[in-house]
Design a protein around this ligand. Structure first.
Ligand SMILES: Cc1cc2nc3c(=O)[nH]c(=O)nc-3n(C[C@H](O)[C@H](O)[C@H](O)COP(=O)(O)OP(=O)(O)OC[C@H]3O[C@@H](n4cnc5c(N)ncnc54)[C@H](O)[C@@H]3O)c2cc1C
Length: 409
């Protein structure tokens, strides 16, 4: 086994695998280091990919075996119990089995020539002539040094690569997701995603993501503590007037909770010579908590840029990643930060108005193309009262910390 590579990728999540498969395709010698024994397992994700990204980025045939259900309908439930049903009359995305999804992606990277070492953790970076050229890894108690021309940190929210390389990653907004895969659920459709807004979870929501017949990932995500989210989850499952009849007697199988980065992308995402991608770089929609899509896009981009820099024999070219990555993500992420500002301050009445606006707009604009601004303008035209509500709530402090005695509605 070699100990010198063109590219070492730390982390075999969607961001790391996409980077590895892109770079290996262009002939780079690539090593992926993954601390888990089994790629993707255990999972911290609900597996919703509600966009056309799998086709757009060309990986649908590779990951199709991980698809649990095809989504063509969405149901939004307001804190006051108003239900809005959207029938898209065609597929808008998928719920995938995350462990299988990650395993299929890394297998494809391997097919293209990338090497993978599981049960192996990066424990440090070392510099030579002012460049990070060495990654210290630990596997089954043995410490080894690996040399690499380029390093990609795809090591998730707790990214050490960014830290060791001296990059500052903002972490002022940390979302918490508390969820499970569950069986024996009543009254759900395998093509319908259900989103429940609660005033007890400002800036977040509860979800039922179908994983086939009578089975789903269920959970709650938002900006509060894990123990608080657990309480909301139990209430959602056992007491919510619409959700509990479906969920009360379900069997919880795998826990899929975790931390969701919700802060802005860092001012610097490259170093000499490396790049940071995915959760490590806050590539998550701050409104929905979706991170798979941007992890795929930015991972692919980072892998291609690494290949370009090696082919041109100019490692400084990797710094173009920062500019290109921002071009792909900035509008979407900043629109999310803008709307989250309001959702963090919203009460049950505000959510009611939001739900009414949702019932009148063309949601295809986001689920196909993430066009938030035309969607917002459409909502504003059809429900002008939204503007007044936004003006009022923008003056309020965010309700991130909530008294547990709070009425969950
Ligand atoms: C509860 C919850 C539900 C979610 N649901 C959705 C959803 O429905 N749809 C969606 O789009 N997004 C969802 N997300 C977000 C999504 O899971 C992440 O954005 C996505 O996994 C990011 O991919 P990544 O490759 O950047 O990081 P990860 O998938 O976290 O992969 C990072 C990998 O790096 C490895 N690693 C870390 N440190 C080291 C080290 N030192 N050495 C070696 N390996 C290391 C880890 O073991 C891990 O495998 C959810 C998140 C949570 C918490």
């Amino acid at each position: 086994m070699a100990s010198t590579y063109d590219l070492v990728v730390v982390g075999a999540g969607p961001a790391g695998s996409m980077a590895a498969r892109a770079a290996a395709y262009y002939g780079l010698s690539v090593l992926v280091i993954e601390q888990k024994q089994i790629v993707g397992f255990p999972s911290h994700c609900a597996g919703g990919i509600l966009t056309s990204i799998l086709n757009k980025i060309g990986i649908f045939p590779i990951v199709k075996k991980a698809i649990c259900s095809k989504i063509s309908k969405m149901r939004f439930i307001s804190p006051m119990g108003t239900i809005v049903h959207h029938n898209f009359s065609r597929n808008i995305g998928y719920i995938v089995d995350r462990p299988k999804f990650d395993q299929l992606l890394i297998k494809d990277a391997q097919k293209r020539g990338a090497e993978i070492r599981t049960s192996t953790r990066a424990i440090g970076l070392k510099k030579e002539n002012n460049q990070f050229t060495q990654i210290i890894i630990k596997s089954h108690g043995t410490i080894q040094t690996i040399y690499s021309k380029i390093i990609i940190g795809a090591d998730g929210i707790a990214s050490n690569i960014a830290k060791w390389a001296g990059l500052i990653i903002p972490r002022n907004y940390i979302g918490i997701g508390f969820g499970y895969n569950a069986e024996n659920i009543k009254g759900i459709s395998s093509d319908t995603v259900e989103i429940y807004f609660l005033s007890a979870v400002p800036g977040g929501y509860c979800w039922i993501f179908p994983r086939g017949i009578n089975s789903a990932n269920i959970g709650v995500g938002g900006y509060n503590t894990g123990s608080y989210m657990k309480k909301v989850f139990n209430w959602f499952r056992n007491k919510h007037p619409f959700a509990s009849p479906k969920l009360k007697n379900c069997k919880l199988t795998n826990y899929t909770g975790g931390i969701v980065p919700g802060s802005k992308i860092p001012a610097k995402t490259t170093f000499n010579y490396g790049m940071i991608v995915g959760d490590a770089c806050n590539h998550v929609d701050p409104l929905t908590g979706e991170g798979i899509r941007l992890a795929l896009i930015c991972g692919d981009l980072a892998g291609k840029i690494a290949a370009y820099a090696i082919q041109k024999n100019d490692l400084s070219l990797i710094h173009t990643y920062h500019k290109l990555m921002r071009k792909h993500t900035l509008l979407e992420l900043y629109t999310g930060y803008f709307f989250r500002h309001f959702l963090l301050r919203a009460n049950a009445t505000d959510y009611e108005c939001l739900i009414r606006a949702i019932s009148k707009v063309n949601l295809n604009l986001i689920f196909q193309n993430r066009k938030w601004i035309p969607l917002f303008l459409q909502g504003l035209l059809k429900t002008p009262s939204i503007l007044k509500i936004m003006k009022n709530i923008s003056r309020l402090p965010p309700t991130i910390k909530i008294d547990l005695a709070h009425n969950f509605y």
